[in-house]
Write a protein that binds this ligand. Structure first.
Ligand code: NAD
Ligand code: SAH
Length: 403
């Protein structure tokens, strides 16, 4: 076995020992009966183990990445040994990334497991012939769900879709604790800089932003938050953070972390006034939150100063960007911790088996995640930790129904 493949197998073995929910689901007896599942999701070891789980449940699986930079080539190589078709490579070439999406669609999948809706949007635009065989879509992330809802609003959505992101067991843990830990982990391992005592500006106080702010605070940073939603802005204030306009707060920041799902979160004015040596990192979708196009135009010079860190010279200052403005925890690290992805991918595996069983009873719309499956995953998680919880007595149930 070559070194690349060996390293991929080691990574998969490590996660397989810690993904207890997926191991339980593999033994559930659910059958995907040879249905073909096309996956577009960050291709690292945890994702590989989800693909292996679907395969063991009886699916035909074909996999690609969901971001040009998050594919780990060693894992992609090793996954081929599990009788899974893999078309993915870490690349900075967007066209090459797109060509892999097209290749997995050539397999004419029955089901799509998407992260960010790139595959789903393609089958509703350039690859409509794929809709003939397609029975449903399961979507992993916030921005992907927004894109699916827009397809539905435009009357274009032609298959049932499940918003896995909106499961309580997803957003409360993956988006908050997963993004919180993995974003700070990536920033620290890529810069080797101290966080304690620094000003960290978090743009967006949704699920991801809350997690990032919480972890930066825990590391001793002075955390500042920007929001456009007044309720979330008040929440950030009550959580103890300084809140204000980005133009006012950005000049003080040593680290700026975006987590909004929006574009152009830093204006040209904000970029001009950044502190010398500021580190910019994006934890949200796509490379447009930190406007990389503006930064590249404004820079007189740019070069890789450390692995995954680019130095842009703007107005005589050094502005550092990690992972080319793509989501920092995946483009420049290993993504969320194993136990978090075990929960998210248990939700995904159950979403795929649910679609396989129910697609012919469902309409062409975006469905919230089925509540009974959300609770089942919570129960599996508690079981895996050996924790029992109370249940209501008959008297307590009755009490609930009293006037
Ligand atoms: P969310 O909707 O809960 O939060 C986003 C917040 O950003 C909202 O409160 C919104 O009001 C705010 N916002 C929007 N525009 C803003 C602006 N210009 N300035 C300041 N705040 C602004 O979404 P979420 O679940 O936190 O996800 C955020 C993004 O992160 C999405 O793109 C999602 O796909 C992505 N995501 C990334 C990871 C990861 O691993 N890095 C994990 C989960 C989600
Ligand atoms: N294709 C988009 C996807 C947004 S990523 C993009 O590249 O911009 C956000 C999703 O990545 C989250 O919802 C989370 O569930 C998923 N994710 C985080 N860590 C991961 C990991 N280690 N492996 C696979 N997916 C991960």
């Amino acid at each position: 076995m070559n070194e690349l493949k060996k390293s991929g197998h080691q990574k998969i073995e490590w996660v397989s020992n810690h993904m207890k929910l997926l191991n339980t689901i593999q033994k559930s007896g659910d059958s995907l009966n040879g249905l073909r599942v096309a996956m577009s999701i960050h291709l690292e070891a945890k994702t590989a183990y989800l693909a292996i789980t679907l395969k063991r449940l009886g699916a035909d699986v074909v996999v690609t990445g969901s971001n040009p930079l998050s594919t780990q080539d060693d894992v992609a190589e090793a996954l081929k040994d599990f009788d899974i078709a893999v078309h993915a490579k870490r690349t900075t070439n967007e066209e090459e990334y797109l060509s892999f999406l097209h290749t997995v669609l050539d397999y004419e999948p029955d089901l799509i497991l998407d992260d960010g809706a790139d595959l789903t949007v393609l089958v509703h635009t350039e690859r409509k012939e794929i809709l003939k065989n397609l029975k449903g879509v399961s979507e992993e992330t916030t921005t992907g769900v927004r894109r699916l809802e827009n397809l539905e609003k435009s009357g274009v959505l032609s298959v049932p879709a499940i918003a896995v992101n909106n499961a309580k067991m997803k957003s409360m843990f993956d988006n908050r604790y997963g993004t919180g830990q993995s974003t700070l982990d990536s920033i620290m391992r890529n810069t080797n800089l101290l966080v304690a005592g620094k000003h960290v500006l978090v743009a967006g106080y949704g699920w991801c932003g809350r997690g990032i702010a919480m972890r930066a605070h825990g590391l001793g940073a002075k955390v500042m938050v920007t929001e456009v939603d007044p309720i979330k802005a008040v929440e950030a204030i009550m959580d103890g953070f300084e809140v204000g306009r980005i133009e006012d707060l950005a000049p003080k920041a040593d680290f700026i972390i975006t987590a909004t799902g929006m574009r152009d979160v830093l204006s040209k004015e904000a970029i001009e006034n950044l502190k010398d040596g500021v580190v910019l990192a994006n934890a949200g979708h796509f490379n447009v939150e930190i406007p990389m196009d503006k930064i590249e135009k404004m820079a007189t010079q740019s070069y890789e100063i450390r692995q995954n860190v680019t130095c842009y010279k703007i107005a005589g200052k050094n502005i550092y960007v990690i992972g080319l403005g793509r989501l920092v925890n995946l483009a420049a690290a290993d993504g969320h911790p194993v136990e978090i992805m075990d929960i998210s991918f248990a939700l995904q595996a159950l979403s795929i088996t649910y679609l396989a069983k129910n697609y012919n009873k469902l309409s062409n719309k975006v469905y919230e995640y089925p509540e009974e499956l959300d609770k089942l995953v919570a129960k599996l998680k508690l079981d895996s930790m050996g924790i029992a919880i109370d249940t209501l007595t008959k008297e307590q149930e009755d009490y609930l129904n009293e006037f």
